[in-house]
Design a protein around this ligand. Sequence first.
Ligand code: SF4
Length: 323
Amino acid sequence: MTSTTVDTTGNSSFSTKLPGLQLATDSTSLGAYKTCPKLYYYSVICGWKAKSESVHLTFGLLLHKAREHYEHAKATGLSHDDALDKALDMALRLTWVKELKRAWISGDANKNRLTLIRTVIWYLDKYGEEDVLKTVVLASGKPAVELSFRFDAGYIYSSTGERVLFCGHFDRLAQWNDDFYVPDIKSTYHSIDASYFAKFSPDNQFSMYTLAGKVAFAVPAKGVVLDAVQVLVGGTRFQRALIARSESQVQEWLEDSYQLLAEMEHSALTGHWRQNDKACHNQYGRPCDFREVCTRPKEAREKWLQASYSKRTWDPLQRRGDI
Ligand code: SF4
């Protein structure tokens, strides 16, 4: 087995003692390694990303941003209508490409600027003012919106003696009657039914969110309330479901994560991130972004990456989002 030399010195989430060993890890990083260690190597360690933008990722981030902005505006005392105006203003500004003096062109009939604005208005009219989920007020007196978290994962790498942090970001913490939840939004083309929601149990991101609610914000979070948004050319449909996590489910996720961290450490020590060839052809219904790379012999891959991918630093201590 040949080992790979890695350089993660510019990424604050990685160990300086052992390059390639991630100390601050988010659900995206853990999820990438779970899907395929080689995917984790390319996207998290090396920072490669496909040059073509994922419309799903962009649309999802914009929708989150608009919701977040609405909550923030409401928390300052603005009315629903005024807060909605603020959210729309932000969505319009974020979808304006200044350098090109034109609006964002997604190239997608379902997910584009027009359907984004429509979705934001309809979503906030449905789940804004009248929402049964009420934003939690933190011990500091501030509303629990735009929350970045990081907390000790309770795991120490045996090779370097360094502790692992779990970190990430969610839009808000909310209360439904006496129970606490992490609200989340996901957009899709597909029908929203029981089988759509079933995909989130088990689910890496939602289990980490539930744990983060408990540990980082000290509220007994019971799971995630997922607002699923079906974006169609002629309209948008919404459906809400409670994705619960019991104590024992969260504990099982944590124990599994410790095993995963041990595997990540082994990869960093050996300089080898294996391919999971069962994950190449279907990731959320589409091929892996790196399939074109992995189909080539090892020695030809670097050239291909240089030519067809761009680089960014995936540092969970500095940013939010998804790969
Ligand atoms: S193409 Fe397959 S082996 Fe390569 S990174 Fe993607 S999932 Fe892993």
